[in-house]
Design a protein around this ligand. Structure first.
Ligand code: 7RM
Length: 649
């Protein structure tokens, strides 16, 4: 191949941060950003050493970084207990009785935990774990609904040096088995159920099913959330509330090495068995802390809400570790965005006066599809900053978010990062970075991002290539658990000493990074390499379209033809000519080269449970007419049947 990824979509809309926002922001000018960025790259030890002093250390480090590619050690010799930065250090001042978590259950109940109360609950549960012989470095599998106890469980593990591995509550028994086998966890923390779209998700029953085929789990601690009837196995299963009664509320936080493992989080990757991404303590916490501080510009007076599930890395970094280390008040919500209807999120924003709101493009597109009446009927004036993560955001979805949710006054931080990177890597800083709809803009401090061609040369402006990181960063993954060879092969073998993210990207003339899609998904039409994001964004820019996914299909002449799957906005009448209209629209916006050969209208697209479009399945479908590939991460199995039917038309 050797050819770069072409770029055809141009975006001229530029949004400057509102003056009022900049005035109060930590980073309020591009000059200040550039100065700090330069220092962070040229002198990482002094930059990160200064930032790290804001965390709670029990023993100072001797050396900031020890880098022997591809292995990094950060804050060598330093010792800390991650939970002291998140909890204990807030107890000496005005944050003691400040709300740490304002929780809302899907059925509507509310609980508030102050920092002092959260600290107490974490200490108690740490004592429960120790009473059950969970030791430092032991792996603990957490399979919980979105309730404060999920965060308490994670923090209690961290407090005693155990390694948590959270499995998203929407995953099946089979996924639990895979993760138990790979991690060797012998303790499972779960609940009798959790609420999702008005139904009880049978978490404990799924654990029971998993433990039929996987032996070796000694303890299952079950939180009573729903009161649903569950079976408790004698000698193995314990009630959370009963265990709590047996322990004290004080717990001395032991110091662990900065490189002590903090958690394993499994990520599916495109094929094969899930990779156990291993993160360690000091560097990870620092990444979580500083990105919250600078990118979300978190303040004591903020009410922050990240809508992710703790089962994803976004929940780890931007619900648990980052916000708590910053001492902010956050909202946590248990259920679905559309329960009882698509107004739920906006009623929560209004009710608690949310000021910073962080969600995913997939949610934004679902809201666009549902119609403007939902946000329009709520007072969203408390919001001051919006964020997105997970996929490239189509410029038209960005504009909708900006206008309908942000009221035109809130900066949007489009944050690019990965499970592997631990924290945000490329993002605007809300008080200084000019934003354009669809770009994650510029690298965060210490992130030496670049785009390389097949020969390892840096691409020119607007030329697409592979996104790499050229220097170690504090919150980087340390390895794939139990598989160092795979770690080296997947992330460090494309170019010597460079981390490859697996994403295609380009930089525009202002230096902004545009993610054009996963490299596995790049199209090749008559020798032109096209990223999926631009063609999809062109489709979404049509007023009838809510969402689109584009894949290549083998084509005798062109190599690949372009096939688009399109979901229309609610209430759009489809004349027989909508497909033709959309083809022409893409031709006009991007050029004839990107015109889809086929367009399929579909009520929904196949997505992962974290909301990312699964183009791999669509590719298989257009090539073979069916889907036989691995679909364990698929969110809604019904979509496949509908798509297969549509393809037969
Ligand atoms: C945090 C998270 C990582 C992949 C990544 C990209 C895509 C994430 C953005 C994005 C464009 C963004 N972790 N991605 N954020 N693409 N713009 N702002 O999502 O491990 O689950 O996924 O997600 O492809 O490589 S993840």
């Amino acid at each position: 191949m050797g050819k770069s990824i072409e770029s055809h979509l141009h975006e001229d809309r530029v949004f400057q941060p509102p003056k009022e926002f900049s005035r109060k922001a930590r980073i309020s000018s591009m000059a200040q950003y550039r100065r700090m960025y330069k220092e962070s790259i040229a002198k990482p030890a002094s930059f990160w050493g200064r930032e790290a002093k804001e965390l709670a250390w029990q023993k100072p480090w001797k050396k900031v970084l020890d880098w022997s590619a591809p292995y990094a050690k950060w804050f060598v010799g330093g010792k800390l207990n991650v939970t002291e930065s998140c909890l204990d250090q807030h107890l000496d001042g005005p944050r003691r009785n400040k709300a740490a978590i304002i929780w809302e259950g899907e059925p509507g109940e509310t609980r508030v935990l102050t920092y002092q109360q959260l600290h107490r609950e974490v200490c108690r549960f740490a004592n429960v774990l120790e009473a059950n012989e969970v030791k430092s470095r032991d792996r603990v599998l957490i399979y919980m609904p979105m309730i404060p106890e999920a965060a308490i469980a994670m923090l209690a593990c961290a407090r005693i040096g155990a390694v948590h591995s959270v499995v998203f509550g929407g995953f099946s028994a089979e996924s639990i088995v895979d993760r138990l086998e790979d991690s060797g966890a012998t303790t499972v923390l779960t609940a009798d159920g959790g609420y999702r779209r008005g139904k009880v998700v049978p978490l404990k029953a799924n654990v029971d099913a998993a433990l039929k085929s996987h032996k070796g789990v000694k303890r299952v601690v079950v939180y009573q959330r729903t009161g649903a009837k569950v079976t408790m196995k004698r000698g193995r299963d314990l009630w959370w509330h009963e265990e709590l009664e047996k322990v004290s509320a004080s717990h001395q936080a032991r110091a662990f090495d900065s490189e002590h493992p903090l958690f394993i989080l499994y990520t599916s990757g495109s094929t094969g068995k899930p990779k156990g991404i291993l993160h360690s303590s000091g560097g990870y916490l620092l990444g979580a802390y500083t990105t919250c501080k600078y990118i979300f510009d978190m303040r004591d007076e903020d009410v922050y809400w990240c809508t992710a599930d703790v089962g994803w890395v976004t929940g780890h970094t931007y619900i648990v570790y980052g916000p708590l280390a910053n001492g902010v008040t956050q909202v946590m919500y248990e259920g679905a965005p559309n329960f009882p209807d698509f107004g739920r999120f906006w009623s929560i924003v209004e009710k608690y006066g949310v000021t910073i709101f962080y969600t995913a493009p997939t949610a934004i597109r679902a809201f666009i599809k549902a119609g403007d009446k939902f946000p329009a009927s709520h007072d969203l004036s408390s919001l001051r900053l919006l964020g997105t993560v997970g996929e490239p955001i189509n410029p038209e979805a960005w504009m909708w978010y900006h206008e309908k949710i942000g009221g035109g006054r809130c900066p949007i931080v489009d944050t690019w990062w990965q499970t592997e990177t631990g924290a945000i890597m490329i993002s605007p800083l809300p008080g200084c970075t000019p934003t354009k709809p669809g770009t994650a803009t510029l690298p965060f401090f210490g992130v030496d991002a670049a785009i390389l061609d097949e020969n390892g040369k840096e691409c020119k402006a607007d030329e697409g290539g592979k996104l790499v990181i050229r220097k170690p960063w504090p919150s980087m993954l340390r390895t794939i658990y139990g598989d160092a060879r795979r770690y080296k092969k997947v992330y460090w073998s494309d170019y010597v000493g460079r981390y490859t993210a697996g994403d295609g990207a380009r930089r525009d003339r202002d230096g902004n990074f545009w993610i054009v899609g996963r490299l596995d998904d790049v199209l090749n039409v008559s020798g032109h390499r096209l990223g999926t994001a631009e063609v999809e964004s062109a489709l979404v820019a049509h007023k009838a379209v809510a969402e689109a996914a584009v894949v290549g299909r083998p084509h005798e002449i062109k190599g690949q033809g372009v096939v688009a799957f399109v979901t229309l906005r609610e209430g759009v009448k489809t004349s027989g000519r909508i497909e033709e209209e959309l083809r022409n629209h893409v031709g006009k916006v991007i050029g004839a080269i990107a015109k889809p050969d086929e367009i399929h209208l579909t009520p929904a697209l196949p997505k992962t449970r974290s909301g990312k479009i699964m183009r791999r399945l669509l590719k298989e479908l257009v090539a073979t007419g069916k889907i036989t590939g691995n679909i364990t991460t698929l969110e809604d199995f019904g979509v496949i049947t509908k798509l297969q039917k549509e393809m037969k038309k």
